[in-house]
Design a protein around this ligand. Sequence first.
Ligand SMILES: Cc1cc2nc3c(=O)[nH]c(=O)nc-3n(C[C@H](O)[C@H](O)[C@H](O)COP(=O)(O)OP(=O)(O)OC[C@H]3O[C@@H](n4cnc5c(N)ncnc54)[C@H](O)[C@@H]3O)c2cc1C
Length: 385
Amino acid sequence: MNFTESQERQALRAAVKDVAARYGHEYFTAKARKGEKTSELWAEVGRLGYLGVAVPEQYGGGGGGIGDLAAVCEELAAAGCPLLLTLVSPAVCGTVIARFGTEEQKRRWLPGFAAGTVKMAFAITEPDAGSNSHRLATSVRRAGDQWVLTGGKYYISGVDEVDAVLVVARHVDDTGRRLSPSLLVVPTDAAGLEFRPIEMDIVSPERQFTLFFDDVRLPADALVGSEGAGLDQLFAGLNPERIMAASFSTGLARFALAKAADYARTRSVWGVPIGAHQGVAHPLAQCAVQIELARLMTQKAAALYDSGQDKAAGEAANMAKYAAAEAAATTVDQAIQVHGGNGLAAEYGLGALLGVSRLGRIAPVSREMILNFVAQHTLRLPRSY
Ligand SMILES: Cc1cc2nc3c(=O)[nH]c(=O)nc-3n(C[C@H](O)[C@H](O)[C@H](O)COP(=O)(O)OP(=O)(O)OC[C@H]3O[C@@H](n4cnc5c(N)ncnc54)[C@H](O)[C@@H]3O)c2cc1C
């Protein structure tokens, strides 16, 4: 057992931190408020190989694991640049294609993921299914040597800036029977695909979309993995997403805590720094504890996943995501409190984090669904839903 990250991982963190610090939270927020993308930052971290750390070496990547990619995600967020698409493009889509794609699919997509020049969104959530993925209605059926996709999705991140979307659809066989979910790559310019933005109250350069698939025809090689391969294949992508979401949250929490501690050291209204008051110091110390615990669980989840222990990684990834989301929401709230009125002033950048720090409690899987999972699988309580 080793509680210290490898020198390589530490060097990766330091390098990402240096790049992200050159952009910073002001850059990030200004872009988001103007409705612009943080394309320069994405391109630079891609060019330097950081988005591709988990892509196998033979496809131009770093040959590392999800723990390395999670470290990249966390350091970007800790520098005030939380890049939402790192959760889906290199993490879910990159992992699923690397693990289940054909040789041709790997050659087609992985070098682009490795360099950050290709982006892919991931679409599972549907308006009428929500947290209940058993109710997914988007369907795919065979028509000759093509696939035909019908249905819709909502809250899909980044569709306006990606090349394709990895869509989860239920396979329908010749008799009309609905089978397990399949995964298909749908180019964003495919005929029959329409997407519309959802206006959100989150200050974020990434936008969310509703997708409509009106008999979208796809070539045979759009299918990743086997037909109706089901949940095993899906979870191979969802566990990395949860680990990344946890890192996204702990990074955000670290960013807010650093700002709060700095302010508490320097702001003085009773002749001493406000941090000298335990009412200010203790909640911040509690946030520090919460963040470190969440980071530890995230590292455990990543280590399990990277050593091929999918089942154990699933439990740890859920717990890590839960703990990290709570840490981010609590810490951003406390950082605002410590700043007094300045906490909600645009200049201090903390109010802008409220939505995104809260997001971890909802997506990619909600707090309640994680608690359902832990109650059922860890505690062996009756399934409640
Ligand atoms: C900014 C943002 C980005 C997103 N990006 C993506 C993306 O890129 N791709 C994608 O596929 N999805 C994405 N999502 C969707 C996200 O994963 C869903 O919003 C989330 O899974 C919850 O689904 P829902 O919104 O339909 O809520 P619902 O399922 O309607 O749930 C509503 C509430 O009820 C609770 N609830 C539901 N069922 C139970 C139960 N059995 N027990 C206890 N409580 C329950 C939930 O926890 C939640 O609090 C994104 C969402 C947001 C907000």
